[in-house]
Every structure is written in C-alpha cells, then in structure tokens.
Write a protein that binds this ligand. Structure first.
Ligand SMILES: NC(=O)c1ccc[n+]([C@@H]2O[C@H](COP(=O)([O-])OP(=O)(O)OC[C@H]3O[C@@H](n4cnc5c(N)ncnc54)[C@H](OP(=O)(O)O)[C@@H]3O)[C@@H](O)[C@H]2O)c1
Length: 339
C-alpha cells in the first residue's frame, strides 16, 4: 500500500524485572506489501495481558519467546484496510495478534477472527477477549461456585479478576476480592458488586481473610500466586477448589516460592487445578454468549484502563506489575471508524 508507514515497538534486549528504556525501541518502517492470501489491518486497540511480559523472557512457555528485533506480541482489535485474502473485506473488524504495531499483516488463520456487527471495539478486549473468556472458563469449569459459598478472587480490580468475581456473584456466591489499595477495594465493592474486598497491602492478610471469610473459602480464583495464595490456602474450606489462573507475582523474577499451606489441600480434601484459555479456543463462542447475556441483563460490568498512543504500550505493560490499572489495560493505537 502506498504512502503508509508503520510504527512498531520492537524488542532490543531481554528485560530484567520491569521493562526499562533500551529494552525496546519505537521504530518507523514502511507499510508491508501484501502477497496473495494476505490482508493489512490497522490496529485500533491493543490488549495488554500479563502473559506479554513472560514472552519477553528467553524460556519457552506455551508460546515461543518474542525474537530480538520483532514487535512485542500482543492481542488486539483492528480494521482491515487492504486485502488480497478472500476471508477478509476492507472495513471488517477483526480480533487478531498484531503485536505492538500500528499495521499488521494477517492471513486466513486461527488467530484472526472477523467480528460482525461490532458496536464497541473496546469491549472486544475488556469483556469479549481472552481475559473475559479466562474468567468464564476458570470460574465455571474449575471453581464451580454454588449459591451461599464463599469465593475469593485476587487481582480483583484487574481484567480477569473483575469478571471472574462477577460470574461468581451471578452464581449466588458470596464474593470477596483481594486488591492493592483502598481505591481499588472501593471499586471492587461499589462498582463491581463484590461483597467485600481486602487490601493485600494491609498488615495481616491471614487475619483479614479470617474476618472477611468466617465460613472459610470454598473457591479461590488465583491470579497472583506467592504469599497471597499461601494465605488463602490457609483458610481453605472442606472440599475447596483453587483455580490456578496466573502467577503474576513471579513473572518479573521467575522465582516461584512454594506455598507452605498446600497441606490444607490434603487436610480439607481440596482441589487445585490450572488451565490455559488457549486450549479452550473452540469454546470461545460459548463464553462470549454467556458474557453478552449477563451484560445485557445488567449483571456484568467492565472497565478499561486506556493508555493513548502506541508510544505508551510499554508503560501500560509495566503498569500491570506496579498495579497501576483498574480494569482491562488497553492501548488506543488509532481511532475506530467502525462501531
Ligand atoms: N490461565 C490463563 O489462560 C490466563 C489467561 C489470561 C490471564 N491469565 C492470568 O490472569 C492474571 C491476571 O492477568 P490480567 O491480564 O487480567 O491482569 P490484571 O489483573 O488486569 O492486572 C494485573 C494485576 O495483578 C496485580 N499484581 C501485580 N503484581 C502483583 C503481586 N506481586 N502481588 C499481588 N498482586 C499483583 C495488580 O493488582 P493489585 O494492585 O490489586 O495487586 C495488577 O493490577 C495473570 O496472572 C495472568 O497471567 C491467565
């Protein structure tokens, strides 16, 4: 395509801890030329997931590391601006894996999905994206909350936790969030409708859990691991279920301190199970149908923490680890023209 330039945030060296200046570079390149079977998509919003940071390390996880010199991998929403692929028409809104860049080439593959009739492109990330689906699969498949049970959710003001807790409320459970700071705790209770929220920065998490969960914890949706997981294990109820969703407390260090209170899984006949949403790809329509219904019924709200401009994508990523975000962290890369 003529007269188009692309901006990309590429990886220059593997970070230690938070991503530092010099670990990445914002560069300008020519817009890619399309071959047969390809389409060009202009990114409107990037979704910033905690997993993005793990892809910058050298170790191979469930996806290979981002190569030095490549744009940082991330999911997003965009509009098709040029096409030589029968699967996409100009103007189609797609969810895809653009990475940290304004323009990306897609093919007719599993990572790119045309979304018909989109009214709100931002919602494709805040609720109808991977974190909403993660909350749905983790809570409904593994947590299985019952009416009257006590459910605890960590990173409760974040993208995944905020939706997971509301799903447990819809199931009739009493839901207690864990979040960092009084403002997040206020949002979790007043805006998301949780029954209570514990500030994990407080002096005694075990005591706070005992007070907030007098009947112990039937379901724990764990987004963080580390000392918070250990404290909740110490409060597990008979037959309790722990949904091992993520371990964000160790993504910057790579160190995974073991929870001493895991012995409660034995004493209380508990279950702790991990899962990866990517393995549920063929069930995304089921998740989104349920989330859409709950939202239409006014039982599910979602929030975005929007950073304006691709140049702020690295700050947005770091913000997940400093706890800067409330709701889904997104970067607005360009103005949507559809929806
Ligand atoms: N299993 C899967 O398939 C799957 C899919 C998507 C996401 N996940 C996982 O879900 C978790 C949440 O991801 P997200 O993208 O939704 O992010 P998020 O919850 O929107 O943001 C991350 C939040 O984690 C909390 N946090 C960061 N460092 C922490 C620490 N050391 N101790 C305690 N809390 C800490 C912060 O909240 P506070 O300020 O409240 O502490 C921060 O706001 C991640 O662990 C991610 O890997 C798993």
């Amino acid at each position: 395509m003529t007269n188009l330039t692309n901006r990309q945030v590429v990886l220059r060296r593997r970070p230690t801890g938070l991503v530092q200046p010099g670990d990445t570079e914002l560069i300008e390149t020519a817009a890619p030329e399309l071959a047969d079977g390809e389409a060009l998509v202009r990114t409107t919003y990037l979704g910033i997931d905690a997993a993005v940071r793990t892809w910058l390390d050298d170790a191979r996880g469930y996806l290979p590391p981002v190569a030095i010199g490549d744009p940082i991998r991330a999911a997003g929403v965009g509009e098709v601006v040029e096409t030589r692929c029968d699967a996409y028409a100009v103007g189609d809104v797609v969810t895809y894996l653009p990475g940290f860049q304004e323009l990306a080439v897609v093919r007719d593959d599993v990572f790119t999905t045309v979304i018909p009739g989109v009214e709100d492109q931002l919602a494709m990330l805040t609720v109808y994206g991977s974190t909403g689906a993660t909350a749905y699969f983790g809570m409904t498949d593994i947590g299985r909350p019952q009416a009257g049970e006590t459910v605890v959710v960590s990173a409760a003001a974040g993208a995944t936790g905020s939706i997971a807790g509301q799903i447990a409320k819809i199931a009739g459970a009493r839901v207690v969030g864990i979040a960092g700071g009084p403002e997040k705790c206020r949002v979790v209770v007043e805006e998301l409708g949780f029954d209570a929220c514990i500030d994990h920065r407080g002096p005694d998490l075990a005591a706070a859990l005992k007070e907030a969960c007098p009947q112990r914890v039937d379901v724990y949706f764990d987004n963080v691991g580390g000392p918070i997981l250990d404290a909740v294990l110490g409060r597990l109820a008979q037959g309790g279920r722990i949904v091992l969703c993520g371990v964000i407390s160790s993504y910057l260090t790579g160190e995974h301190p073991g929870p001493a209170n895991y012995t409660n899984l034995l004493a209380r006949c508990g279950l702790m199970q991990g899962f990866n949403t990517l393995h549920q790809w063929d069930r995304f329509p089921e998740a989104f149908e349920a989330l859409r219904r709950w939202e239409a019924e006014g039982r599910l709200v979602h929030r975005a923490h929007v950073h304006e401009g691709l140049e702020h994508a690295v700050d947005a990523l770091n913000g997940l680890f400093t706890g800067a975000n409330i709701g889904k962290t997104v970067v607005k890369v360009s103005d949507p023209t559809v929806g």
